[in-house]
Design a binder for this molecule. Structure first.
Ligand SMILES: Cc1cc2nc3c(=O)[nH]c(=O)nc-3n(C[C@H](O)[C@H](O)[C@H](O)COP(=O)(O)O)c2cc1C
Length: 227
């Protein structure tokens, strides 16, 4: 075990970190400019530093390189997006139709992120009663990657409007891998500190107080208000 004491983070770093969180965005509008192999290696290295249940590191990143696979994923997105649109009515349908919900056509780097559902690594520790913690571990890795990319001015867009079975088949993923995310990565056309879904009138961020409870409050309440 190491006896070294860890780094001490400055207030300036803390402020910068907060700025990073504030300016991390889900990006759908990309420049076609390539992302260097060094940058890609770096963000994947940072992703790999994420916490994971039992130290299982169940994330599996697939770099989607061929136009053929990208086209198939894009078709899956279009089908799922049209199906989603048909579920809305009136103003909400109009707004949904105006949203851009993936950058698959342009993003120079695309990663499909899977979770190995039965990893040997970790020997099952921590996931007996909550197997879904494997997927949560993968999300931690994705978020590491997202922040590391943004620090270098690279945007990440998470696409979930897809048929996971068809994407898995397209990419030849083993049966034990579950699709967690399809990530579009590249330089954003524009930086902003406001989520695009807010700018486009779909959904604003709301006050954090509305999401924080005490057990005293919960146990006394008849019903928790749905946001
Ligand atoms: C699990 C997950 C799935 C998402 N799926 C999509 C998606 O399919 N298409 C999309 O445009 N954005 C997607 N997003 C991005 C969210 O819309 C975005 O995070 C949210 O609107 C807040 O904006 P911000 O990330 O810029 O703060 C997803 C985000 C998460 C965490």
């Amino acid at each position: 075990m190491s006896s070294q004491s860890g780094p001490c983070f400055s207030e300036a770093f803390e402020n910068q970190f907060e700025l990073l969180l504030k300016w991390r965005r889900d990006v759908r509008h990309f420049l076609p400019d390539p992302v260097s192999q060094e940058d890609l290696d770096h963000i994947l290295t940072v992703a790999d530093m994420a916490p994971s249940v039992g130290n299982s590191q169940p994330w599996r990143f697939v770099v989607v390189e061929t136009q053929e696979a990208r086209h198939a994923v894009y078709q899956s997105f279009k089908t799922a997006n049209n199906a989603a649109l048909s579920g809305y009515r009136g103003e909400k349908a109009k707004t949904y139709a105006s949203l851009k919900l993936s950058g698959i056509e342009v993003a120079p780097v695309q990663l499909a992120v899977f979770c190995e559902q039965d990893p040997e690594q970790g020997a099952g520790l921590g996931r007996q009663t909550m197997p879904e913690t494997l997927n949560y571990s993968v999300v931690s890795a994705i978020y590491n990657l997202w922040l590391a990319a943004r620090i270098r001015g690279i945007g990440v867009g998470w696409v979930s409007i897809l048929d996971p079975e068809s994407v898995s088949a397209t990419l030849g993923a083993p049966n034990s891998w579950q699709l967690v995310a399809y990530l579009c990565i590249g330089y954003p056309i524009q930086e902003t500190d406001v989520p695009e879904l807010e700018t486009k009138g779909w959904q604003e961020r709301t006050a954090r107080e509305s999401r924080i409870y005490s057990d005293r409050e919960l146990r006394g309440a008849d019903k928790v208000k749905k946001g």
